[in-house]
Ligand binder design. Structure first.
Ligand code: TXA
Ligand code: MG
Length: 347
């Protein structure tokens, strides 16, 4: 059974946090809010607890986890670059890949010699980690492959009955996952664009760049799997902004003509247009990419739940700032990102 506690984001009830922390110390699984998305927490020092995460999520065994700390000072020795980044961006939506730390369960790293760490910017997350007294391994709290949860309802939709508890503190602020930066390569490489923009990163670490597709084993195994996907087929639509609500409308009409139920996930500017779709949902104004990011996953899930066959998503956002992360997630939801070769054993 999954216990659900409703807590105030700024002032969570200490008795509730104590109970959730004691479940974690006993090796249980508790979902909790961060500023990016909800995480599924387990004691990162316990192999048994960490194995529970992989089971509950149906997560491929080659996809390593991020370990969450309450404070940068709780981390063992950090390099000078890592310390600089931590001072500028923690707590916040930045994950650093550093050399592996022996005190943690080997399962968090899935056999890699590196470890991903971050300090989340949410009072519930930080207080929970403090009270647990151990760092928490926490992937996004969704079934593997589904869009990350930005509300407690999303977590329950995927994991009710499979996890011990959920701390529900309402919708998360950023709505997309953290930016993953690999500090074990030179120059440092962004493996996953996310809630912290490349531009902001480069102010502190001018050499940071976005990793291109690599030959051989992926540096960030998780990004090889189809991800962030609802059940319906996702089709990104370009040109929707440039006067082309006609493009979108024509696609809707063609698909409906084929007998399909069609959903449209668009910016506020287009939501009022007569698009003829079965379901239309807005994800924020084009002028405010933070609002689009915050509304993207909730929008994909909502349109999906309306039982459509296809979701047309307005997608021509600028390839800068948060736009990079939005574009990346849309491409993955639509399965437009090249995967591993067939027969490689990785799905
Ligand atoms: O915002 C977030 O990062 C959320 C919240 C809960 O903190 N967590 C999250 O975790 O998105 P997850 O497991 O869904 O995504 C972690 C990503 C995956 O792409 C994984 O492959 C990568 O980080 N990763 C983890 N450890 C790694 C490592 N040692 N080397 C390279 N990539 C790693
Ligand atoms: Mg995830």
């Amino acid at each position: 059974m999954t216990r659900v506690w409703y807590v105030k984001p700024e002032h969570p009830d200490p008795a509730v946090l104590a109970e959730a922390a004691s479940i974690l110390r006993r090796g249980g699984l508790v979902a909790f809010p961060t500023e990016t998305v909800y995480g599924l927490g387990a004691d990162a020092t316990s192999s048994r607890a960490v194995q529970g995460i992989f089971r509950a999520k149906g997560r491929p065994p080659d996809n390593p986890l991020i370990v969450h700390f309450a404070d940068a000072g709780d981390l063992p020795s950090l390099s000078a670059a890592a310390r600089r980044l931590a001072a500028s961006f923690w707590p916040g939506p930045l994950t650093l890949v550093i050399p592996r730390v022996p005190a943690l369960a080997p399962e968090v790293s899935c056999g890699l010699d590196t470890l991903a760490v971050r300090v989340p910017d949410h009072p519930v997350a930080r207080e929970l980690i403090r009270r647990a007294g151990v760092p928490l391994a926490a992937p996004s709290a969704n079934r593997s492959g589904r869009p990350s949860p930005t509300t407690g309802e999303h977590v329950l939709a995927d994991l009710e009955g499979l996890i011990d508890g959920l701390l529900d503190a309402g919708p998360t602020r950023v709505g997309l996952e953290s930016t993953v930066l690999d500090l074990t390569v030179d120059p440092p490489a962004v493996l996953r664009p996310g809630g912290l923009s490349l531009e902001d990163l480069q102010r502190v670490l001018p050499g940071a760049h976005v990793a291109g597709p690599t030959a051989g084993p992926a540096r960030s195994p998780g990004i090889r799997h189809r991800h962030y996907a609802p059940r319906a087929r996702v089709v990104p639509v370009e040109g929707a902004a440039s006067g082309a609500r006609a493009t979108l409308k024509a696609m809707v009409i063609r698909l409906r003509g084929e007998g399909l139920r069609v959903g449209a996930l668009v910016t506020a500017e287009l939501a009022g247009a007569d698009l003829k779709a079965d379901v239309v949902r807005a994800m924020g104004s084009r002028a405010d990419l933070a609002a689009v990011a915050a509304g993207l996953y909730a929008g994909l899930r909502a349109v999906d739940e309306a039982g459509v066959d296809v979701i047309l998503v307005e997608s021509d956002f600028p390839a800068a700032g948060l736009g990079r992360a939005i574009q990346d997630r849309l491409a993955r939801a639509a399965d437009l990102v090249p995967g591993p070769p067939p027969g490689s054993g990785i799905q």
